[in-house]
Design a protein. Sequence first.
Length: 384
Amino acid sequence: MVQCGIDRIDEFDALFRGKKLGMVTSVSGVTQQLAPSYLAVHRRWPLTALFGPEHGMYGKADAGEAVDGVQTDAQTGVPVYSLYGGDEGRHMPLEVLEQLDAVLYDIQDLGVRFYTFIATLIGVLEDCAAAGKEVIVLDRPAPLGGVTVEGGLLDMDYSSFVGPYPLCIRYGLTAGELAGMVNAERKLGCRLTVIPCAGWQRAQLFSETGNLWMAPSLAMPRFETALLYPGTCLFEGTNLSEGRGTACPFELVGAPFLDGVRLAREMNDKNLPGVVFTAAYFTPSASKWKGEACEGVQLHIRDAHALRPVRTGLELLYAIRERWPEQFAWQERTGKPGRFISLLTGCGAFERDVAIPPLEQLLRQWEAESEAFARRKAAYHLYE
């Protein structure tokens, strides 16, 4: 069984002893026994402050829901500060940071650029570097593995809280490795320590680590959801439901105007690796098309290692747009010009309908960018 950083803290007593500690964590930050990691730390080295990312430290808030105010953790009496809100998140309060010697980070990430926990991690590195504070990352495996890289590299003209750093969509790094990359490439000068996992190998998926899945957010209930998310999340940039408000978020894609049987047949004819499609019928209880009967497809994983979710999502998006051009629509950014799909893809390929590139051309471009990024990231690998 793979040991996460939190399960190795007893080996690093000297790193924590005598320091005033803060901790950034969430509901996915747990020990192998599924105890909250902040309690495991607090029992040995009392915490002074706690911080939560999107969805809050307890994972109660929906996607995009601001978490305001300062709470008090019922089990420790330690104040909990939100680092999520607004377009760019929140900085760590300077008056709180000044009381600390080091900030711990323990959140199960996905290894997907638009999953916002990495934006919070980067903000923590920047804030702690500016304040001269140490950051200690309690590392966890990259759930989608640390080998495969997919999707185009973020164009910083489209940077945002869902695209905070020039990474590919599926970037193949653990949180500790990513922290090392950002610290080095941005020359932050942050005092960074990573407590690495024990026993994890780069090619391993989360399902092969022996650890139990704790949903890092409400719409990520299963590991299979996380496997599909790098591709099906692209539908957040359209008027199609990506399955929010159902029991299978990011495994269902649909709308009232689709023909599920026809779409499933067309997608299966593509023989995409590791995935098959069935017609699906569902009525979301929340989000897009709430309360309306939708038709579309459900994605089923046959081979997790062979699956290429970004290509799969892009193939599905192009197929729907081609078959239902009058009903298909892009989501506009809230309060700003441009389309939300540009923030998710990290590029301007979809900003103007007349200039959208052919599918194969975009796939070739993204593959070249993925290969280049895979070479770049290798300098920051902590695991073989």
